[in-house]
Design a protein around this ligand. Structure first.
Ligand code: CA
Length: 304
């Protein structure tokens, strides 16, 4: 379902050339003529863009044109997220955004921190609803607080990659278009999702020990109430506390046997391991040399 452009809400949309004072940028974000780059392919980056106009639409659909790629073929991460939250411009550990957020997050997670904690592969697209009290467990890929999700091979796609997030009559639907067919493929749909109006749209991304380029080419928000005038029925939805009646069942934490500790180490941690190993070898050589010298002296003495 492509939305008619006539219902596009300009004040919540981000398009080229991106110099729009309704959007704020922070962290590692770099604006070019073709994209908003939230992180570059370097370690330890966090970048964000936030719409500073609260969304008063009851029903909306957002189309995100994005791109994730980088040098890594085996190890890369961590991914990006699309937000509809009460808070904005607060950097933190959840794909660059603050933890214990209030509202909706759609995660595009490219790195499996814990293969054993869930039974799906990566990259993985999932949703989380938070009332401001839940923590996103990055080490377990947020599996315990996940609303729903799907695997999607969007990273380094040969084609342009798009996501559609639709919120209509308390139903949340996420669809993806990543195979150049110009059609949406359903990722998941889930009912009884309650979100208030007046929250902010945003996008964030983060790299850690692993890295990737995370880019947003455009964000288009559509009013899908079909221009309906606000009725008494729609009186005030700004005080709704975000909640969802269905969550994916919790799973026990299981260590992943496939990933050895050393393979998880990169950068300075890996350098540290090599330095320690080198010091160990030098100490052993010195002890060996001292013992060898003593033996030599003893055998020389015996000659006299
Ligand atoms: Ca992850």
């Amino acid at each position: 379902m492509r939305c008619d452009n006539s219902y596009q809400v300009r004040e919540h949309s981000l398009i080229k050339p991106y110099n729009d004072d309704r959007w704020d940028f922070t962290g590692s974000t770099i604006i070019s003529s073709t994209a908003v780059r939230l992180t570059s392919d370097y370690q330890g980056q966090r970048g964000a863009i936030w719409n500073n106009i609260p969304c008063r639409l009851r029903n909306w659909e957002m189309h995100v044109h994005f791109k994730v790629d980088g040098k890594g073929s085996e190890l890369f991460g961590d991914g990006f997220a699309i937000w509809y939250t009460k808070e904005k411009m607060e950097m933190g550990p959840v794909f660059g955004n603050r933890d214990k957020f209030t509202g909706l997050a759609i995660f595009f997670d490219t790195y499996a921190n814990q293969n054993g904690a869930h039974n799906h592969g990566h990259p993985y697209v999932s949703a989380m609803i938070n009332n401001g009290t839940l923590s996103y467990d990055h080490d377990r890929d947020g599996t315990h607080t996940e609303l729903s999700g799907c695997e999607s091979n969007f990273r380094k796609s040969r084609f342009e990659t798009f996501a559609a997030i639709r919120y209509e009559k308390n139903k949340l639907t996420v669809s993806l278009d990543i195979s150049g067919r110009n059609e949406w493929k359903l990722c998941f749909t889930t009912s009884n999702v309650h979100l208030p109006t007046e929250y902010f749209f945003g996008a964030t991304a983060a790299t850690g020990d692993l890295s990737d380029n995370h880019e947003i080419m455009s964000i288009k928000v559509f009013d899908i109430s079909e221009g309906k005038v606000v009725t008494e029925d729609d009186a005030d939805y700004s005080n709704v506390v975000p909640n969802a009646e269905y969550f994916a069942p919790p799973r026990d934490h299981v260590d992943d046997p496939k990933l050895s500790t050393l393979s998880r180490l990169t950068g300075w941690k890996l350098v540290g391991v090599f330095v320690l190993a080198a010091v160990g070898i030098i100490v052993c050589l010195m002890i060996g040399y001292i013992l060898f010298n003593k033996t030599q002296q003893t055998s020389r003495k015996r000659l006299y």
